[in-house]
Write a protein that binds this ligand. Structure first.
Ligand code: FAD
Length: 290
């Protein structure tokens, strides 16, 4: 089934993001985590595609495992990086042969972090969306959205304009980059609505777990941690190490999830990073377990 057809106002859902496991041990862990998260009845699970792109064989394998072993509706990520249109068609044909009809269409970051090479035919996620839309009308397409603008966007409004462009080019919904201040999300959705775009945008939430991972993730994706949250994390770290950081991170994610759903977000996309326990804590404390 197409994910956008299953998103209904007033019926919030959760979804999860996995990344392709590297070896057998990681595969078993991913399946264990997937099994543990079943209690939340996710609407779908997505599977990332490695930096540099290239069609994502590992992505398809992981998506198939999550589908066949656990019965999940899956959404592989597909990036333009390293892919000619023919490579996109091959990937799409494989997805469809495996019964997959939801895809997250992305630009991706090339090896230099700057997207596809200058002469590549597919430069932006919108090119990928247009290409797929032409030949695969039945595939549901998600695209990335950035409550804190994408690092290469010159302004908040320019970023919103590009998001709207991707949505107008034929994609069905957005999934956001992680963020820590709900106002950014609501501001983005409001600006889209002001421009007449009402397609759903699913907020992506990642509970912070350790000080080191918080710093790394922030330096990678450009999301800002509000000053008071950062201060609370540092204080917790000084007093109780990463166990205390996890508690602060969990409490903040719970607040975010509740605020987002109360404010009308269609659901929550959680980033468990192939681990389940903190997401389960967040879901339980946010009242998502029923
Ligand atoms: P685009 O939409 O192409 O945007 C990139 C930049 O170009 C933005 O600054 C935008 O404003 C600008 N822009 C867009 N269209 C145009 C245009 N037509 N003309 C001029 N400028 C334009 N990366 C991976 O490698 N693998 C993954 O699995 C993956 N999963 C992700 C999942 C989510 C939910 C998110 C939010 C990001 C994910 N990423 C992933 C990261 C993503 O690939 C990077 O953030 C990348 O830098 C931008 O991808 P995009 O699809 O947003 O690109």
């Amino acid at each position: 089934e197409r994910i956008p057809d299953l998103i209904r106002p007033g019926t919030p859902f959760v979804s999860f993001e996995f990344f392709p496991p590297r070896d057998e041990e990681a595969r078993q862990r991913m399946l264990r985590v997937g099994e543990e998260l079943k209690v939340l009845h996710p609407l779908f699970v997505s599977v990332t595609c490695g930096a540099g792109g290239g069609g994502g064989r590992g992505t398809l394998q992981a998506a198939n495992m999550l589908h066949t072993a656990l019965g999940y509706r899956v959404m592989p990520h597909l990036t333009c990086c390293g892919l000619e249109p023919k490579g996109v068609d091959d990937a799409l044909a494989q997805f469809q042969a495996n019964g997959i009809n939801n895809v997250l269409a992305l630009r991706g970051d090339g090896t230099d972090g700057n997207g596809p090479d200058g002469d590549a035919p597919l430069q932006h996620a919108s090119d990928l969306v247009e290409h797929i839309r032409k030949s695969y009308p039945d595939i549901a397409l998600g695209v990335a959205a950035y409550p804190e603008p994408h690092p290469q966007s010159p302004s908040v409004q320019a970023d919103i304009d590009m998001l709207r462009f991707k949505l107008d080019a034929g994609s069905d919904f957005g999934v956001t980059q992680l963020f820590f201040d709900n106002r950014r999300y609501f501001d983005m959705v409001e600006r889209l609505a002001d421009q007449g775009c009402h397609k759903p945008v699913i907020p992506g939430i990642m509970p912070l777990r350790t000080m080191a991972s918080a710093r790394r993730i922030l330096s990678l994706c450009g999301a800002a941690i509000p000053g008071n949250l950062y201060a609370a994390l540092e204080k917790a770290h000084a007093q109780g190490g990463d166990d205390a950081v996890r508690e602060v991170g969990t409490a903040h994610a719970v607040q975010q999830v509740q605020g987002l759903l109360n404010g009308g977000a269609p659901g929550i996309h959680l980033y468990p990073l192939n681990q389940s326990s903190q997401c389960l804590d967040v879901a339980q404390q946010a009242g998502l377990l029923g």
